[in-house]
Design a protein around this ligand. Structure first.
Ligand SMILES: [Zn+2]
Ligand SMILES: [Zn+2]
Length: 272
């Protein structure tokens, strides 16, 4: 199910208009963008920096050290080389590769909240481009699947922020975006105060994958990762006897810095 042509045109027009406005996507200050060719030469992925003013550009950088490469859990030392955490060594996650752009804090958090609750398409487009930047070296997926919302939540919000984040990734990788490959059939249950196993059980049967994913390599896109439970359940659904995907990779915009201190906050966010 590819995006209808008229929607692609609207998206393109919107994007062109937002660049021509020459206002920073973050602070809204007017600025003179670096010419496209110069931006291309300066960066392997020009679009995000082209949308940000020179003051805001340094505020957003991908995290390159101090995390577990299997699940993104942040290490105490931010500049330590990435190394697997104890949980991943004991029980490896069901996905092959895990990518995240940065820590759920400061500017990145503001942009996510703006995109998710403010329905700000510029913020979502920018974040989607950041996400694409950290997905470029992944094994080429056959399809990109956004984390689905339950239909009742989708009706309420009117859009799935993960799908909006996934458009620029699909565009950058030249891979079809298939929101129809994964369905959420149970609304988000209450997860606060539960241990890992209880959270996993709580989400059992929350997702159903399309049989069309059989044999495919899927790139699953989510906005944030706190405990990884939702991502685990969605990945397992894609790999199980209904889905039988060959492999699943996961990419999220932000990883929370602490499962405990952020669990209630993120659980609140997940309700919306
Ligand atoms: Zn700015
Ligand atoms: Zn880990």
């Amino acid at each position: 199910m590819s995006e209808p042509v008229f929607l692609q045109k609207i998206r393109h027009l919107f994007h062109t208009a937002s660049l021509d406005e020459r206002r920073c996507a973050l602070c809204h200050a007017p600025f003179s963008p670096v010419p496209h060719d110069a931006a291309c030469a300066a960066s392997s992925f020009p679009l995000p920096t082209a949308s940000l003013c020179p003051s805001c550009t340094p505020l957003l950088r991908p995290r390159t050290a101090g995390y577990c490469p299997r699940c993104g859990r942040l290490q105490a030392t931010p500049d330590a080389p990435p190394s697997p955490c104890g949980d991943c060594l004991a029980v490896p996650p069901p996905w092959d590769h895990f990518r995240f752009y940065g820590v759920y804090a400061d500017v990145l958090k503001d942009l996510l909240l703006r995109g998710k609750f403010g329905a700000d398409p510029v913020a979502l487009n920018l974040l989607g481009n950041f996400l694409a930047q950290v997905c470029l070296d992944l094994p080429r997926p056959d399809a990109i699947v956004p984390m689905p919302l339950h239909p009742s939540r989708l009706r309420e919000r009117g859009f799935n922020q993960c799908q909006e984040l996934a458009y620029p990734v699909a565009e950058a990788l030249g891979v079809p975006l298939r929101p129809d490959f994964l369905v959420r059939c149970l609304p988000t249950p209450h997860q606060v105060g539960l241990n890992r196993q209880e959270r996993l059980n709580n989400l059992k049967n929350a997702f159903v994958a399309s049989p069309a994913v059989r044999g495919m390599r899927i790139l699953l896109i989510d906005d944030t990762c706190t405990t990884g439970t939702t991502l685990r359940r969605a990945t397992l659904a894609l790999l199980d006897s209904h889905g039988e995907a060959q492999a699943v990779d996961v990419a999220v915009v932000a990883r929370t810095s602490s499962e405990r201190s952020n669990s209630s906050n993120m659980s609140f966010l997940r309700q919306y």
